[in-house]
Design a protein around this ligand. Sequence first.
Ligand SMILES: [Zn+2]
Length: 484
Amino acid sequence: MNFDVIICFEVHAELDTKTKLFCKCSTNSDAPPNTNVCPVCTGQPGALPVLNRMAVEHCVRAGLSLNCTIANHAGFARKNYFYPDLPKGYQISQFEFPFCTDGFLEIMDDNGKEYKVGIKRVHLEEDAGKLLHASGSLKTSTYSLVDFNRAGVPLIEIVADHTRNPIRSLTEARLYLEKIRQILRYIGVSKCRMEKGELRCDANISLRQKGSKEFGNRVEMKNMASFKLVLEALSYEIKRQSGKLRAGETIIQETRLYDEASKVTVPMRSKENAPDYRYFPEPDLVDIDLDRGYIEKLTNETPELPEQKANRIIKDYGIPAGDAVILTKEKGVSDYFLSCVPICSDTSRASKWIIKELFKLLNASSIPIEKCPVTPERFSMLINLLSNGDITDIIGRTVLEEMFHDETEPLDIIKKKGLEPIENKDELKKTVDTVLLQNRGAVSQIRQGNTKSISYLIGQVMKKTNGRANPKETRDLIDEAIRG
Ligand SMILES: [Zn+2]
């Protein structure tokens, strides 16, 4: 018996705004507990919310990038539930009138075809505070502390549509989540740092007989904080649910928790115990009318998304597709590359050196490219020196490393470190002769027709000159000496 898998995500992303959604408190997540609080975000009687314009803008931008229709008329609603980290006893969210509806996100499906995963809505809401359990876990703690710094931080919720091209496999699930993160970071609405809880996700999963139109009972898993855990939990559920269905059992519609340690999901609450949120329109906030001019302005300002940018880089600069994808994965990297383009005569070399050499240095020092000590201008100067044949790759690498720590121009480093290429032909000939004398074995192999040994000898000359020898001249000199 074969089953179709249907996965549906609700992704929450914390918006990158300076202040909270309905008050002027800072959103800084590194502040000491309960220092970014005021009567509004702690729900004091009589305090009134004032909507953050930037948060609305971010929500609309996210909706536009996910191909949604932007509403002319939107409004907020109260979602009522009790939990100690929710000071008002309700969350201000959107219910009937969200900002964005009916979008899609295009991913590559398991057969390598483009697949538009349906997105039902993108709405704006406030985050809750955080509970800190004394011993780290709710079960074993005798008391818990609450930090309201996060209460009222703006969130968007991106709800996928299970009836319109739902996700059907773990690979599609991973691509979908990665792409959402990439887009939100690209358009600058969220930093999406999962380790800081800035991106969290709930997943619904159900199975049905292959070809069936009926949906199976779905299981929901809440608040998973890493893609790895999401995929592990989904993988476990596929096994668990298909096992039960094969045995003729039914799947109970419920919410389950993923236990990271034992790698299983455990029941949390059944459908009967599901909370009734008693949504009603938020009386403290007026509805919002977005005029067409405003939506048009934001549409025009939507930056180029990763795929469009990769296509442009392939077309305009002749960069291979694989490299173009790497260059556009993070906006900072593509910005860096595109800043080099006008000053770099050889864009293909620039791309290769960013991916191979610059990444190596950035990774080794854990520096994001936005803070790269080598400016695109200086990096381009180096690439131009390489393209003109003024310096060899070996010298280029040394210079780049120096530029990384010493923030000066490549020519200054070359002078300071004595890395100029050997101009004096006699000096180079002397070194070549020494190398030939020391490698008689290789020389006789070349005489017998083994040309591979020439590269070895060139390598030896480079070693002796610290890469300052011109490779072409060196080859000519070796040729001359052996054959001449
Ligand atoms: Zn506040």
